[in-house]
Design a protein around this ligand. Structure first.
Ligand SMILES: [Cu+2]
Length: 498
């Protein structure tokens, strides 16, 4: 990828210079990073808006929870391995005059892959640091605008023809005395010189075009490389689902060995099966890795139908990938759900605008989305707060850790073009967050003990929050999953985003 990247770099720079930003085509539709965490004594909400192309400029927003922060510095680094502890000179963010707890800055991201933005805070309580994992990737190839292309073509033709005539004139009249006339010999030599120059110019243009074409196709390949990989599914023995990962560029499968994927909050793969088109059923399962890097899941009993497949994995560099696909299943007869596996079924998404903020649970309890008033807007960083109530409407007192966290939320657009698996720490993968914290720790250690989360038995608060922002307008379904008294509960909310 390195060669591919560096060649893509020049093209990308040209593309930035020459073209405006066009429409967006993203990874799993949600490229921006939302992360909440502590930089020493300061609690921060960090948003990283990825550029469309790499290299490109990422926009960083830092919101401090308290008003004791004086200075915030940001710097991009590799997430792990070489370079992860040798930061370049950091950039200082700008503190908003109207809102002194809000800091903004921009960073050049020069390479793609698993990066992190290190946020260093200075304030009245001393210094603190937070590393935010950033999966950087080129989202699209920018096209040159037609008028600009026409102008450049005209200039190129003008220069090419001009140099041929200049060569001819130089030979014909270059050392001609003031009163000398152009002889037939000089005229013939000039024609030969022009012919030779024309051939050379044509050769240079041809080579230039070939070089440009190679650059462009290499860049195109990196864009494909980062598109959501395909989940290739096969059903064996009636209910054993096999999933094989395949990239959209041939290089993907060569670079990414599924045998080397690392666990992310207790599991190598988080598999979501969402019944389409109504999204009236959802399964959250955890397939096992089998020989050859495939994943296998003994399916529970499920009704026949078409299911959209979203499967989250994290590669050994800490880059999160969501495999996408769909599968037509017959009615399956399988095991009862156990462990961390969970399911939900209920009303399907209705057509048109729909919003809901209360989700009933089977035991009479409910989950309430504590929405701020006003319409939901795309690209606005928000804290999605959900209160869990028991059957008497009181805050639940039996909340437990579910896979090491207070909750898990899946934001899925009803057209299935957006899928984001979000946690109280944000949209970053937990495995990447762990890598960012312990950049120097050897991989082996992390693979065997990826989660350093406290697993206390004390009940958790009855409210769980998820920092996130809808990537674009449209209709979404949000699945909120928590664990109460050993039982996994799923609340489902519909949201219309303007
Ligand atoms: Cu999760």
């Amino acid at each position: 990828m390195t060669g591919l990247r560096s060649r893509g770099r020049f093209i990308a720079l040209l593309a930035i210079v020459l073209a405006g930003v066009l429409s967006m085509r993203a990874h799993v539709g949600s490229p921006d990073v939302y992360c909440e965490g502590d930089a020493g004594p300061y609690h921060l909400f960090v948003t990283v808006r990825l550029p469309q192309v790499i290299p490109g400029v990422a926009e960083i927003q830092v919101r401090a929870a308290t008003n004791d922060v004086r200075r915030v510095e940001i710097v991009p680094m590799r997430l792990s391995g070489a370079g992860s502890n040798l930061p370049p000179t950091p950039d200082v963010t700008e503190q908003s005059k109207e809102d002194p707890q809000f800091f903004t800055g921009s960073l050049w991201l020069m390479e793609d892959g698993a990066l992190k933005v290190r946020v260093s805070v200075d304030g009245t309580k001393g210094k603190g640091e937070l590393a935010v994992p950033v999966p950087a990737f080129a989202q699209k190839t920018l096209k040159m605008e037609k008028p600009l292309g026409g102008l450049l073509l005209f200039l190129m033709a003008f220069l090419a023809i001009g140099i041929v005539f200049i060569a001819g004139a130089a030979v014909r009249e270059g050392n001609l005395g003031p009163s000398e006339a152009v002889t037939a010999v000089r005229a013939r030599r000039a024609r030969v010189a022009m012919a030779i120059t024309a051939v050379i110019v044509a050769g240079i243009l041809f080579l230039g075009r070939a070089w440009w074409g190679t650059e462009a196709s290499n860049y195109e390949r990196t864009v494909n490389y980062y598109k959501a990989p395909i989940a290739e599914t096969t059903l064996e023995n009636g209910n054993r689902l096999l999933i094989r990962a395949n990239g959209q560029d041939p290089q993907w499968a060569k670079n990414l060995k599924m045998e080397e994927a690392i666990p992310d909050h207790n599991h190598l793969m988080h598999l979501f099966l969402i019944r389409t088109p109504g999204m009236e059923q959802m399964w959250h399962l955890h397939p096992e890795r089998i020989a050859g890097g495939a994943f296998a899941e003994e399916l529970p009993s499920m009704p026949a139908g078409r299911y959209e497949v979203f499967a989250d994995i994290v590669d050994k560099q800490g880059f999160p990938w969501t495999l996408m696909g769909n599968v037509d299943l017959p009615q399956t007869q399988g095991k009862a759900l156990d462990g961390d596996d969970s399911t939900w079924s209920g009303a399907g998404v209705a057509g048109g605008k729909r919003d809901s903020n209360v989700s009933q649970l089977a035991d009479g309890g409910r989950i309430v989305w504590r929405r701020e008033s006003g319409p939901l807007k795309a690209s606005v960083p928000m804290n999605f707060k959900f209160g869990v109530e028991d059957k008497d409407g009181r805050p639940a007192t039996d909340m437990e850790q579910y896979m090491g966290m207070a909750g898990h939320a899946e934001f899925v657009s009803t057209d299935l073009s957006v899928f984001a698996h979000v946690h109280p720490a944000g949209s970053v993968s937990m495995a990447a967050l762990e890598l960012a914290r312990t950049a120097q720790a050897p991989m082996k250690m992390l693979a065997s003990a990826p989660m350093a989360m406290p697993m206390s038995n004390a009940p958790l608060p009855a409210e769980v929050s998820f920092p996130y922002g809808f990537p674009r307008s449209g209709d979404y379904r949000i699945f909120v999953q928590v664990k109460r008294a050993g039982k996994i509960e799923t609340g489902v909310f519909d949201a219309h985003v303007e």
